[in-house]
Unconditional design. Structure first.
Length: 141
């Protein structure tokens, strides 16, 4: 199991994984429509990480989307239900927050709407109103 930067060789696995995650949430993944940015991940996102297992099978994702020179949104945070409760969600968050800090971004979460299934991530994050830095904790069940 490892966290890797997205590359085109992972595209089909990312699409299959994202489709399954969206289905679980009662949403439809539309890569030819409203989710067309997934067809150009390398140019849409500042960074896009994939948590992979055997043969590059994607079981988790997290990304940063640049809003301006100083700010990025946390995007595409998904983890396969079978791997929750093992600290992997925290690992994804820690990885993306580290990347944001390295890039001198102020980062904030986006696109997370309730209700989520009860075994999804418990996102307990806030932002320091003075610095904009993400603070708080993150866990997955």
């Amino acid at each position: 199991m490892e966290i890797v930067h997205y590359s085109d060789k992972l595209k089909q696995s990312v699409f299959s994984f994202t489709d399954a995650c969206f289905s679980e949430l009662g949403k439809k993944f539309e890569p030819e429509g409203r989710h067309a940015s997934y067809n150009d991940i390398e140019n849409t996102f500042e960074v896009f990480f994939c948590l992979t297992i055997d043969n590059d099978q994607v079981i988790g994702t997290v990304a940063l989307k640049k809003l301006d020179d100083n700010t990025a949104e946390l995007k595409a945070l998904y983890l396969d239900r079978r791997y929750r409760g093992q600290g992997l969600g925290k690992l994804l968050i820690d990885t993306i927050i580290g990347e944001a800090r390295t890039s001198d971004f102020k980062c904030h979460p986006a696109d997370y709407k309730l209700p989520l299934p009860s075994d999804c991530f418990d996102l307990k994050m806030g932002a320091d109103t003075m610095t904009g830095e993400v603070i708080g904790s993150f866990s997955s069940y």
